[in-house]
Design a protein around this ligand. Structure first.
Ligand SMILES: C[S@@+](CC[C@H](N)C(=O)[O-])C[C@H]1O[C@@H](n2cnc3c(N)ncnc32)[C@H](O)[C@@H]1O
Length: 277
């Protein structure tokens, strides 16, 4: 069977880390988290996983897998909460990679839209079949034409998991303001880290992509102040690792939770929800 190739050292390659993390987490901490699709998807990709395989028993690597899982659990929590009030809403996965969070939240009524670069969507189309009420859009998020294909008339929740770190601050702000203008009553959920967190965690990834100065890139030290972009947007934030779940689960030990706490408090890892009036 021909495998689907993901090019090295591109922004698109960054989808591998959370995908592999979700696979690992499902294996190591099944009580906390399971992603039935991740392993199957990893097996079908033309990508050299040996570097990741080598690290898979290290404490830090396991922590990275927990990060991928907690982020997805947090997003699912927010989406399900929004769907309680707007059951027919559209769920939009911004920079979806090979993530199937939309499906995990499907209530049988909502619509699901996944947006990513054309090469990622092409791999996605080959690996994951679109179900009813689901649509994939191949477009750069910075080219707002994709919004013309998103119907927010029954409510809309956008989420971006691990995506805005690759944007400049101004680019995130412009995107958010555009969404708030077009989708009154809608909501956007995304993760962020503070400046120190961005420098440390993204060092290797950004270096591989020839980005050596994170200065202009998007980080959030203080969500309520830093994201105060419009009177028509309400901002709420919670800790990324421990803001939604306490991570008390078999296999997750005290040190994992200690690091999770430091991630939230020191690295300022957070999940931000912006509601558009
Ligand atoms: C770290 S991966 C996260 C993938 C997915 N959200 C997940 O959690 O598994 C970042 C994703 O954002 C996508 N991305 C980054 N910048 C983008 C842009 N300007 N337009 C569309 N997609 C973008 C990348 O192609 C990649 O799939």
């Amino acid at each position: 069977m021909e495998k689907n190739k993901i090019e090295k050292n591109t922004v698109q390659e960054t989808l591998i880390v959370p995908l592999y993390g979700r696979k690992m987490c499902s294996e190591k901490f099944p009580e906390l988290y399971t992603d039935v699709f991740a392993e199957r998807l990893c097996n079908r990709l033309d990508y050299d996983f040996s570097e990741l395989e080598k690290k898979k028993n290290s404490f830090l690597y396991q922590f990275g897998a927990l990060e991928a899982a907690m982020r997805q659990l947090d997003m699912i929590w927010e989406i399900k909460e929004y769907l309680k009030k707007h059951p027919k809403a559209t769920i939009v996965n911004l920079g979806c990679g090979l993530d199937e969070t939309g499906k995990a939240c499907d209530n049988g009524l909502c619509n699901i839209v996944n947006v990513d670069f054309p090469d990622v969507i092409s791999v996605r189309n080959q690996l994951i079949s679109e179900q009813n009420r689901e649509k994939n859009i191949a477009c750069d998020l910075k080219d707002y034409s994709w919004m013309e294909e998103v119907d927010g008339s029954n409510g809309v929740i956008f989420f971006a998991a691990g995506v805005f770190h690759y944007f400049k601050k101004e680019e995130v702000k412009l995107l958010v303001l555009e969404l708030s203008k077009r989708y009154s009553g809608g909501c956007l959920v995304f993760d962020s880290v503070g400046k120190m967190g961005l420098k440390l965690m993204m060092k290797k990834i950004l270096k591989n992509m020839d980005i050596d100065d994170v200065g202009g890139y998007f980080y959030v030290n203080n969500p309520r102040e830093d994201l105060n972009w419009s009177e028509k947007i309400n901002v709420n934030s919670k800790g990324y690792m421990l803001g939604y779940y306490d991570m008390k689960s078999p296999g997750v030990n005290f040190l994992h939770r200690l690091l999770a706490n430091a991630g939230d408090k020191v690295m300022k890892m957070s999940i931000n929800r912006m509601d558009f009036e």
